[in-house]
Design a protein around this ligand. Structure first.
Ligand code: ZN
Ligand code: CU
Length: 499
């Protein structure tokens, strides 16, 4: 008799993560790998789980997160694991983990109560993740905003030659350290001051490296189509793959325009370009309040990147030191303060600079259209202000796609929906050996109840985990059992193939 396996999951409906319909099978883990699949009646294991009536999928890969420092600061990462996530792509929207000093500045609002040991560069960040061992795997992007802040502060101009070289050197360090690409955040300071040519110049340094360009575009409102064209242009000129982050049409005047933006993506793909997008499954977004102000909200004129958004549409999510403002709209605060909306928002930011807000700015039809489109992966874009009033997407994005949009509304099949959060994402980012249930793959897996799986919580009371996530394995280690985090801390720092 052969040696027992470490883990056996018996009798579940197994999704391979590549879009195939589920099959009933047993799965065995040995160490950190999937060792056997099929009918394993005679096999034995240290941890033997009867998963009859349940489903198994590869652990979900969150294509878009801001968990760079949460991974160090709240390393259990229960807020991700309990939603079935086993890998987080961090460093999005231009906010990267290095250089250290600038990262601390930019992450102030994204990770409250920040206290992180000093590290040098992306190599230092990777080493720190390995020392700390968070609960999920981490795949990092370098952030253009962080690089630019370090090279030239918040100057609103093109970089000088030596400043550009400073950014290129830092990007080179990050690529050597194994990052999977470069992200930009073109509505934020300082990324918004960059021109297309600067981004092409930087992205060109990633040519042939396998790294991609991910972008929070300049304008998801009135300038949506020009922004998609810019993202594609950067990828085409630099000859690197492109990932359009949290794809949407923002502001009522722009609803329906995702039909055209998705068409632009299709046309680029037809020209042979590697262009895709990701999405969180809600009609509300969330970001730092200062960026909402800077992008022309509350003025009635959409000069910025989020379209026209009213003071009624913006709700304070986390206001460090001022919990009395959390959950209230900017309109309500303006009435209370007896001043105009923009002035009220400015007052909030002055007292609580890291304030985050939820913005109700999308249409349900658009959300479903983007979700249905074969170019779309799932990324939560969750801001880990755990304990405040974070957007529900932080915990619930994957359960909502599977339970609400797939099972209940039939927007896409379960196998397809799972593919968009596992195999598809692993292929796009180059997360080798992840995102699939097959022999030899890493044993990242989620066991769920397909009948009860659903997102929970409300915007008023958001700190709720989804229902129906039963067990979660990270690198073969049981990290959630029967819906309870095991604080196993089995995540790893992932590196781009070849580094
Ligand atoms: Zn973003
Ligand atoms: Cu983001």
């Amino acid at each position: 008799m052969s040696a027992p396996y470490d883990v056996l999951l018996r009798g579940a409906e197994v999704y391979d993560g590549l879009g195939s319909p589920p099959v009933q099978a047993d799965i065995a883990f040995a160490g950190d790998r999937i060792a056997a699949l099929g009918s394993l009646d005679a096999a034995r294991a240290t941890l033997d789980i009867d998963a009859t009536g349940l489903s198994v999928a590869p652990g979900f890969i969150d294509a878009h997160t801001h968990d760079d420092l949460a991974a160090l600061n709240q390393p259990d990462m229960g807020f991700k694991l309990l939603g079935g996530v086993t890998t987080c792509v961090v460093g999005n929207c231009g906010f990267g983990a290095a250089p250290f000093k600038e990262a601390m500045q930019l992450f102030d609002g994204l990770t409250p109560g920040l206290s992180v040991p000093h590290y040098d560069g992306h190599a230092g960040y990777a080493a720190t993740v390995e020392t700390v061992r968070p609960g999920v795997n981490i795949a990092a992007l370098a952030g253009h905003g962080t690089l630019r802040l370090a090279a030239m502060g918040t100057a609103d101009r093109q970089p000088e030659e030596r400043e550009l070289q400073h950014m290129k050197d830092a990007l080179g360090e990050a690529l050597d350290a194994g990052v999977f690409g470069l992200s930009s955040g073109l509505i934020y300071v300082p990324g918004r001051y960059s021109q297309t040519s600067e981004l092409i110049e930087l992205a060109s340094d990633m040519r042939d490296s396998g790294a991609l360009y991910a972008t929070h575009m300049r304008d998801e409102g009135d300038g949506l189509l020009a922004s998609v064209a810019e993202a594609i242009d950067i990828g085409e000129q630099a000859q690197v793959p492109v990932q359009i982050s949290h794809h949407k049409a923002s502001g009522r005047a722009n609803w329906g325009r995702v039909t055209e933006s998705l068409k632009l993506i299709e046309l680029a793909q037809a020209r042979g370009l590697d262009v895709h997008c990701d999405q969180y499954p809600y009609t509300a977004g969330s970001t730092i309040l200062v960026a909402i102000i800077e992008n022309g909200a509350f003025t009635g004129s959409a000069q910025g990147g989020i379209g026209t958004v009213g003071a009624d549409d913006v709700v304070i999510a986390g206001a460090p030191g001022h919990p009395q403002w959390e959950g209230r709209t900017v309109a309500a605060l303006a009435a209370e303060f007896g001043i105009p909306a923009r002035a009220a928002a400015l007052r909030v930011v002055e007292h609580a600079p890291g304030t985050t807000a939820i913005i109700h700015m999308m249409s349900e039809d658009d959300v479903q259209q983007v979700l249905r489109h074969p170019s779309t992966m799932i990324g939560s874009d969750g801001i880990p202000t755990v304990g405040g009033r974070p957007h529900l997407r932080l915990y619930n994005s994957f359960a909502r796609v599977l339970g609400h949009y797939s099972r209940d509304l039939g927007v896409l099949s379960m196998a397809d929906a799972i593919y968009r959060m596992t195999g598809f994402t692993a292929n796009k980012f180059g997360l080798n050996g992840r995102g699939r249930i097959e022999i030899g793959a890493f044993a990242d897996a989620v066991v769920f109840d397909a009948e009860t799986l659903i997102d929970q919580g409300t915007f008023e009371n958001p700190n709720r985990y989804p229902a129906g996530i039963v067990d979660v394995f990270v690198n073969g280690v049981a990290s959630v059992r029967a819906g309870v985090s095991q604080t196993a801390r089995a995540g790893r720092m992932l590196r781009r193939p070849g580094t």
